[in-house]
Design a protein around this ligand. Sequence first.
Ligand code: GAR
Length: 205
Amino acid sequence: MKKINLVILFSGNGKNMENIIFKLHKKQFQILGHCVEICVRAALSNKKNAYGLKRLENLNTQYYEKIDSIILEHANFANREEFDRQLANVLEKYKPDLVVLAGFMRILSPFFVNQFQIINIHPSLLPKYKGAHAIKDSFESKDREVGVSVHWVDEGLDSGRIILQASRLRQEDEDFEFFENQIHKIEYDLYPQAIIKAIEEGLKS
Ligand code: GAR
């Protein structure tokens, strides 16, 4: 059996991280004729008060072999480059086949991006509404079709090649809370599927 190691990076609520662990961790999949077991080796937050750390602690009570929980605060580093170098050092020991960004609200420097295979989830139909306020920007747009993208991470902002997208048609009377919840529902369905597709692309190359 082939093992695929994931490390997840997050900054806050951590619901996507939790959902990925719940749906994929220690589970086996047939991918391109290989039996693959996915293992989330660690999840790392750049913020010490991230709620996702509590989610991870709760999840870990279910597992004999714990998923490492790591806090690496960017605020303790002089600049982006120094933080990213330390981040790379920490991640290297897990030999991740895939680094999964799940609400990790940091731009990564080119050397980091070139060192790992990295994917990201973004709550809009890219290339529309890049940046940190995608849900609000989609909501305020006149777009009828809205959705979520999972993409490879390159040196640009939300600019790498798309792995999967999913969308829905919104109604005229939706308020922001409903709209946002619908986007999150799409995310929880889409990200696990996109991770499998990314692993498939990795096995092909
Ligand atoms: C998610 O909606 C994710 O798409 C978004 O942050 C949220 C994290 O929620 N990411 C971005 O906007 C990246 N540009 P979570 O912490 O509950 O998973």
